[in-house]
Design a protein around this ligand. Sequence first.
Ligand code: AMP
Ligand code: ZN
Length: 493
Amino acid sequence: MPLYEEHVIKVHNSLTGKKEVFKPINEGHIGMYVCGPTVYSNVHLGNCRTFMSFDMIFRYFRHLGYKVRYVRNITDAGHLVDDSEDGEDKIAKKARLEQLEPMEVVQRYTVDFHNILEKFNFLSPSIEPTATGHIIEQIEIIKDILSKGYAYEINGSVYFDVVKFNQTHEYGKLSGRKLEDMIANTRELAAQDEKKSPQDFALWKKAEPQHIMRWPSPWGDGFPGWHLECTAMSTKYLGESFDIHGGGMDLKFPHHECEIAQAEASNGKSPVNYWLHANMLTLNGKKMAKSTGNSILPGEIFSGENAILSKPFSPSMVRFFMMQAHYTSILDISDDALLASEKGFNKLMEAINSIDSLATGKSTHFDVEKWRQSCYGAMNDDFNTPILIAQLFDAVKHINLIKEGKVTITESDKDLLKETFHSFVFEVLGLQSTSSSDEHTEKLSKVVELLIQMRKEARENKDFATSDSIRDQLLALGIQLKDSKEGTTFSIN
Ligand code: AMP
Ligand code: ZN
């Protein structure tokens, strides 16, 4: 019997605003689409958090034995600056500024995205389609929507007619907005605006002569709208109705709202049964975003080279930090929060590494099977990783009691404990074990910090013989100290 048959999963569905029992369309199979990155710049930690939330969800479904088709696209055309309807294409703009071909920009940042995800131990999605690889499919959907009367062509562009759609459907049902309110809150159309209503959005945009990213279409040379690509790629690979659509909370409106409208206009079906939205990573209380400069790059956290960080943090530790928050909660990142998280992470890894050497005995005061079920219970409740981690620490406490000789564990319980830790920590949360060599490096750093402190005290006491001797002896070992106004740092050769 597959494991999923033993478990009832509840998910928070943004479409209904409720936690609902998750039931896939085809038993044992799950279709999941997640909006991927727009590859015009390096991904920041905020982007990583959203993708990591869905990586964890993908991992848990797989762990339960579901066959998951996970589609996460690459946006390489059609996403305009400020998510607007009239701006420049984000990728074309970068290409212009850096004097590159747009596809050089796409290649550079797709490679960066994959490298970062690999460092964070992401699983590859089943399909990673690109917008530019699906122009034909997008044109077909536009033709379909036009033929149903929910779009209009003007000057070589095609727009979705939101007002017309709303007469027979409900535009705004995902984001909880009402079209009348949206209309009341928008200014008049600008004179040069060719849309019938400010709420209308582009399905196809005419390419001006200088626009490099262009494709032929029945309406002339142009490029597809950003919302349309996700409709084209999700329905192509997952069908007209599929199980899960995910993305960051900031994509709910207009992006996902427009996806629903497009799908309903073209085939009359609601495209997605469960809409899952991951919440934002913030820095200093504000959304992490490249455009405002309020961001940390993954590379900076791995090297420690960012003004807010006192030290580097390993990818697995950062992953653990992210998993300590529920995916629907806002998470604020700070040096203090990371340092606190690191203590927990090290404690967890130490406990896991010591399971093999635990002495076994007759009885145990810890019901391992019950504990294991509570780990599943946490994950079944809308993928509650912070509760799961709290459960894991309950067992860590117990492992430490066994190590201290205060209680004992039976051989079979020990096996179950180990297997459960491995399932949840490595398979589901996607953490990687710190090897003993990582631990030694960490210890060495602490010893050098200690010597730096002793040298500082010696200097303060004007004991220069000692302070110089510490510096010279460290240098002889290949450890160089560097003094600056901010203090002393070191490098190990
Ligand atoms: P983009 O490349 O801008 O299309 O964004 C890629 C993904 O990152 C989307 O799902 C966004 O919702 C998500 N995202 C952007 N900023 C943040 C943030 N500060 N925290 C979490 N997710 C974010
Ligand atoms: Zn999308």
